[in-house]
Design a binder for this molecule. Sequence first.
Ligand code: PNS
Length: 156
Amino acid sequence: MTKACCPGSFDPVTNGHLDVVERASRLFDEVVVAVLENLNKRALFSVEERMEMLREATAHLEGVKVSSFQGLVTEFCKQEGADVIVKGLRAVTDFDYEMQMAQMNKRMGVETAFLAAKPDYTYLSSSLMREVVALGGDIDGLVPPFVLARLKDKMP
Ligand code: PNS
C-alpha cells in the first residue's frame, strides 16, 4: 500500500493543485491532501473553508482524503503513514525553494516526488487568483466554478 501526501496552503485550491492531486492519485493507492494551518500567516479562507473546497473538488477521486496539519509536514506524514510528499513544479522559480524543502524533508525521513506542472497551469498560484478576482479580472477555467463563486463572495 503506497500513500502520498500533497501539502500546501490551498488559499484557495487552483486547477493546478487539482491536476497534481489527480495525477498523484493515479500513482499512489492513497493520497492525503494536507492543508497547512499556519498561525503566523493571514489567509483569505479559513482552514475549514479550504478543506471544504478541496473535498468538493476531489470528491470524484478514489483514495483521496483531505486533512489539515500544524508544524512539520514530515511529522504529519509519519502520523498518516505517508511515504512520500508529492509537489508540483511550475517553473525554475519554484525549483530552489522546493529543492531546499525536499532535501530538508529527506533529512527528516520523508522523500519528495515532483510532478511537472501541466503547461496550461504553470503560471497559476493562489495569490494570483486572489489578486485578479479582487481587481475584477477573469479567472474562469483556472479554479473550479464553486471556488470562483466563493472567491467573489469574499471580495468587498
Ligand atoms: O502552498 P504552499 O504555501 O507553497 O505550501 C508550502 C508547504 C505547506 C508545503 C510548506 O510550507 C510546508 O511544508 N510547511 C510546513 C512546515 C514545515 O514542515 N517546514 C519545513 C519544510 S523543510
